[in-house]
Design a protein around this ligand. Structure first.
Ligand code: ATP
Length: 265
């Protein structure tokens, strides 16, 4: 039984967002006129060509970049306020675990920063390692784990602060296809079990279609939203759904959207 149904509670509301980076080589217009609402419980993927601003948009949500125009709220707050309230966990392209800390100490790190008691830290570490299927690996160091396991540990670390939302920037991009398939299945299960809102950056059309409830197709710089595609594949998504005609039809629409977005630049 997969997939919580999205509830109508807007958690991200972006209105006419614009972002221009000032660089030594002149201004770089990274985002233009981004208007997007994301509801609680949705799984939304951002897909688009390299450099179209996917990471920048995720970083704006996370208060790591600041828009130069328009407005955005996260849980009704400014991104800065939402960050202070730990509204989301952020998962990066690379697992970024500290090599000198064990897996459980890596997952516990943000909890130490939050000042939680050792008992509470231990409880959350155990719960979240269990959730990503890493129970038993607490005492290992990151370099003793495969790339996929390291990425699962970084997801556990993001979940440990108990955020309602996960922001994931191509978390499986560097992994081989079989590991990636496995992690996609696990991520869907985790989403179903935890009812988190997930915003997920990817380059992969099949990954976006397999995981998402909606797919935001972006066009090249300045990054705009070309099209938003509903991905209503129902609740149960075994991997072989990727051969289902409905899946292929949505993948085709995403591919066409990406091509059309390119054409008008
Ligand atoms: N801090 C920065 N300063 C200047 N330019 C930046 C900065 N961050 C991103 N950019 C530029 O903004 C544009 C959008 O970058 P961004 O990383 O968001 O794209 P992306 O779609 O995530 O790309 P990729 O798929 O390759 O990761 C690019 O042209 C990039 O060079």
């Amino acid at each position: 039984m997969l997939s919580p149904s999205p509830q109508s509670e807007t958690v991200i509301a972006a209105d006419n967002l614009d972002l221009v980076f000032q660089t030594n080589d002149g201004p770089v217009h990274a985002l233009s006129d981004i208007t997007l609402d994301i509801q609680k419980g949705e799984f939304v993927s951002l897909i688009g060509p390299s450099g179209c601003g996917k990471t920048t948009l995720l970083r704006v949500i996370a208060d790591l970049e600041h828009p130069t125009g328009g407005s955005i709220t996260v849980n009704g707050l400014t991104p800065h306020e939402a960050r202070l309230k730990r509204a989301y966990g952020y998962v990066f392209q690379a697992a970024a675990l500290f090599p000198w800390r064990t897996i459980s100490d890596n997952v516990a790190l943000p909890l130490e920063v939050m000042g939680l008691s050792k008992a509470e830290r231990n409880k959350r570490v155990a719960e979240n390692l269990e959730l990503v299927d890493l129970a038993g690996f607490e005492k290992k160091f990151p370099w003793q784990l495969s790339g996929g396991m390291q990425q699962r540990a970084s997801i556990a670390r993001a979940l440990a602060v108990q955020p309602d939302m996960l922001l994931m920037d191509e978390p499986f991009g560097a992994l081989d296809e079989i590991v990636r398939d496995h992690l996609n299945v696990q991520l869907l299960k985790l989403w179903a079990r935890t009812n988190k809102t997930i915003v997920f950056v990817t380059h992969s059309i099949p990954e976006a279609v397999y995981l998402s409830t909606r797919i935001v197709v972006m066009s090249p710089r300045p990054g705009r939203i070309h099209e938003i595609i509903d991905c209503d594949l129902g609740q149960d998504r075994p991997l072989d759904i990727r051969e289902d005609p409905r899946f292929l039809e949505i993948a085709h629409r995403v591919r066409e959207g990406l091509a059309a977005g390119h054409a008008y630049d």
